[in-house]
Design a protein around this ligand. Structure first.
Ligand SMILES: N[C@@H](CCC(=O)N[C@@H](CS)C(=O)NCC(=O)O)C(=O)O
Length: 211
């Protein structure tokens, strides 16, 4: 591993200041109550130490002593195993597989639309906004089915979904009245002090903090 004078603690996270994928990992870290150094990164201009550490130059990238991990799914699952309390995955294989599949679908089908709204052309942003709204409405039965996503307890899947729900107002995604269940779901997570700890100052400005 290339040495970087910026990596001082055992645990360091390279993270963008407003990124739905980095936020997912910061939320896992906050839920676990883990302290770490955060190195803010502009993903369009990755710093030299990140380029040395990660062949994709992407964030989030986690450094834990000699271990360098990237891809939010890999980082999140590692953190859940490395810091087992509170557990963020159920124990039975069926529920675990369902949640993993849900997270894969989020990464493939939802996140690109968030990024299109944030960074795309006007046409890409409009299309992303429309598709996100459709996906959320189609998922209403899942939000209604349990207290958290597909699970009675907060899980890694919620760490992936909550950052998207938090950004909906700032993305200009307006949901109809019947989607209030999504707002309620979000507020259950946003009220948790760990959630507030997961936010960068830039992300705090994107949504009201529910009382
Ligand atoms: N598949 C990656 C994607 C994360 C991602 O999209 N990161 C963006 C910032 S929001 C990024 O680093 N973009 C620059 C790049 O990928 O070169 C993951 O799960 O970590």
């Amino acid at each position: 591993m290339a040495a970087s004078p910026r990596i001082r603690n055992a645990l360091t996270l390279f993270s963008a200041r407003d990124c739905v994928v980095c936020h997912r990992v910061r939320l896992v870290l906050a839920a676990k109550g883990v302290t770490y150094d955060l190195i803010p990164v502009d993903p369009t201009n990755p710093p030299e130490d990140l380029v040395d550490l990660n062949p994709y130059h992407s964030v989030p990238t986690l450094v834990d002593r000699d271990l360098v991990l990237y891809a939010a799914s890999v980082v999140s699952e590692y953190l859940d195993e490395r810091y087992p309390h509170p557990p963020l995955m159920p124990v039975d294989p069926l529920s675990r597989a369902r949640l993993r599949l849900a997270m894969l679908r989020l990464e493939h089908d939802w996140v690109p639309h968030v990024q299109a709204v944030q960074h795309g052309t006007k046409a890409q942003a409009d299309a992303g906004r429309k598709r996100l709204k459709e996906l959320l409405i189609a998922s209403l039965p899942l939000f209604k089915a349990s207290k958290f996503f597909l699970n009675p307890e907060m899980s890694l899947a919620d760490c992936a979904i909550a950052p998207i729900v938090w950004r909906l107002p700032s993305l200009g995604v307006q949901l109809p009245k019947e989607a209030k269940v999504i707002e309620d779901y979000g507020n259950r997570i946003f009220r948790n002090p760990a959630y507030l700890r997961s936010l960068t100052p830039e992300e705090k400005a994107l949504h009201d903090i529910p009382q």
